[in-house]
Design a binder for this molecule. Sequence first.
Ligand code: GUN
Length: 279
Amino acid sequence: MAEIIDGKKISQEIKEELKERVLRLKEQGKEAALAVIQVGDDPASCVYVNNKKKACQYIGITSLSYELPEDTTEEDLLALIDKLNKDTRVNGILVQLPVPEQIDADKVIRAISPQKDVDGFHPENVGRLVIGEEGFVSCTPAGIIELLKRSGIEIAGKHCVVVGRSNIVGKPMALLMLRENATVTVAHSKTQHLKELCKEADILIVAIGKPQFITAEYIKEGAVVIDVGIHRNENNKLCGDVKYEEVSKLASAITPVPGGVGPMTIAMLMHNCVASMQM
Ligand code: GUN
């Protein structure tokens, strides 16, 4: 049976470390504030945004909440971002995605100052990651690296297969694993022989957004399996992209859903906020 990689516990450890660091920075007169902008009231976004604000409160960062109506214009949102970019009290700016269709998300991401882009979505920060320079890194993939490292899982020299190529998870994930000296393959919806390819992975990271898609047939015995998906199954229970019951019998280590990757995303957002205080 696989070791369960406990994201809840590891994220809590990180939050405790950050809380301590924030305390030390406060002693030096440094305060942190994160601006959290939500446009509209998508129920999933409300949950995420609330969790982010709670995490801020826990570690001692001020969260400035901007709840804008569904019909907010792009111009108004860009004007708010411009104001926050110039506000020296604000270290981080986060616009919860998705935004309503009248707003161009790419334009919004580009409008946030790269120095305040705690989500790590700005092309400047993405470019920095590509060429190995310091910068903000997207929180979910950064959290997966922490999960692996803090679980004592060796990355260098291992074959890592990332299934999914989104800008938020798959692409930065592949780049981070490469930075850790893994041999990386990125697979996606057009990949041929996906099963055989996944079966070659020492570390399999799955972010395809299809409930319980990855079965035992995709797994090499002893592989480490990281499940980024989160869905509700037919019984309204949370599940991931991986069929946990059967895959955990073959893997050497696996993240559960919930309690695996999910809690790490917010912990790494807090990490980025603390890093922004020191910039
Ligand atoms: N929507 C889903 N995930 C994220 C995230 O990591 N950051 C933001 N801003 N919006 C999201």
